[in-house]
Design a protein around this ligand. Structure first.
Ligand SMILES: NC(=O)c1ccc[n+]([C@@H]2O[C@H](COP(=O)([O-])OP(=O)(O)OC[C@H]3O[C@@H](n4cnc5c(N)ncnc54)[C@H](OP(=O)(O)O)[C@@H]3O)[C@@H](O)[C@H]2O)c1
Length: 243
C-alpha cells in the first residue's frame, strides 16, 4: 500500500493492549480505524481516547462485536462500510489466555480459548474477506511465539495459537491470487493487560504496544511485490538472557 492516508482498518479487540497500540499507530498515519470490544461502553471509551491521535483526515469508531460470533462480526463490518465506505486492513487481534496443567484446565477454559483466539481469527476473516478482495487489502492475525513454541501449562493457549499460525499461513496461499496480503505476527512478551497483567515500569524490558503498531505500519508500507508472511518478534534482552 503506497499511500496509507484514507485507508480503512478494522481491529478486533482494540480497547487496550496490542490492538489499541496498533490503532494509535494507524491513526497517526491517517488511516481510519474501527475497533471492537465485547462491550459497547469499552469500545466507545477507547475510540474517544484514540481520536486524540487522529488528525483531520482520520478518525476512530468503537463497535461492540464479540469475535466468537460470526453474526456479531458481520454486523460490525456492515457498520464499518456504512461509516467509511470500504475496508482495506483487518487486524485479527482479540485474544485471551487460560494457563494451567491439562489436569486442571476446565472444558469451559478450553472452549473460551479456542473460540476466541482460533475461531475468532477465522470468523474475522470470513466476515471481511469479500471487502478485502474488493480493496486488494491486507489481513494480519496476531498469533504468538506460543504459536510455534510449546510450554508447560500452555496446552489450550498453544493449541489456539499454533492453530492461528497454521490457519493464517494457509489463508495467505488462498488469498494471494486476489492480490490480498496475509501475514501473522508472533510476538513474545508485550506489556499489556493480558492474563491480568498491569503494564508498569517493571515491564520496560518487554515489547511495548507502540512497537507492534510500528511493525504493522512497516508491513503495510512494504512494496506490493513483497510479503513477510510470518513474523516472529521478541524482547531483545529478556530477564532470562541477562548475566
Ligand atoms: N501480551 C503478550 O505478551 C502477547 C504476546 C503474544 C501474543 N499476544 C496476543 O495479542 C492479542 C492481544 O492481547 P493483549 O496482550 O493486547 O491483551 P489485552 O491487553 O488483555 O487486550 C485484549 C483485547 O482483546 C479483546 N477481547 C478479548 N476477548 C474478546 C472477544 N471475545 N471479542 C472481542 N474482543 C475481545 C479485549 O477487549 P474487551 O475486554 O474490551 O472485550 C481487549 O481489547 C491476543 O491475541 C494475545 O494472544 C499477546
Amino acid at each position: 500500500m503506497k499511500d496509507l492516508r484514507g485507508k480503512v482498518a478494522l481491529i478486533t479487540g482494540g480497547t487496550k493492549g496490542i490492538g489499541y497500540g496498533i490503532a494509535q499507530s494507524l491513526l497517526t498515519q491517517g488511516i481510519h480505524v474501527a475497533i471492537t470490544s465485547r462491550t459497547c461502553e469499552a469500545a466507545a471509551e477507547a475510540a474517544k481516547k484514540l481520536n486524540e491521535f487522529g488528525n483531520d483526515s482520520a478518525h476512530a469508531i468503537g463497535l461492540e462485536a464479540d469475535v466468537r460470533s460470526i453474526l456479531s462480526q458481520k454486523k460490525a463490518v456492515k457498520k464499518v462500510i456504512e461509516e467509511f465506505g470500504k475496508l482495506d486492513i483487518v487486524i485479527a487481534n482479540a485474544g485471551l489466555g487460560h494457563f494451567g496443567s491439562v489436569t486442571d484446565l476446565t472444558v469451559e477454559q478450553w472452549n473460551e480459548t479456542i473460540e476466541t483466539n482460533l475461531s475468532g481469527a477465522f470468523f474475522t476473516l470470513k466476515a471481511t474477506v469479500d471487502e478485502i478482495i474488493k480493496s486488494q487489502g491486507y489481513y494480519i492475525s496476531i498469533s504468538s511465539l506460543a504459536g510455534t513454541n510449546f510450554f508447560e501449562g500452555g496446552s489450550a493457549y498453544n493449541a489456539s495459537k499454533f492453530g492461528v499460525t497454521g490457519f493464517t499461513q494457509a489463508a495467505m496461499l488462498d488469498l494471494r491470487k486476489y492480490n490480498v496480503k496475509v501475514s501473522t505476527i508472533m510476538p513474545g512478551s508485550v506489556s499489556t493487560h493480558f492474563n491480568g497483567n498491569e503494564p508498569s515500569d517493571k515491564g520496560a524490558w518487554k515489547i511495548q504496544i507502540e512497537d507492534i503498531g510500528e511493525l504493522v505500519v512497516d508491513l503495510l508500507k512494504m512494496h506490493p511485490r513483497t510479503l513477510p508472511s510470518k513474523i516472529e518478534v521478541r524482547p531483545t534482552v529478556p530477564p532470562s538472557a541477562k548475566n
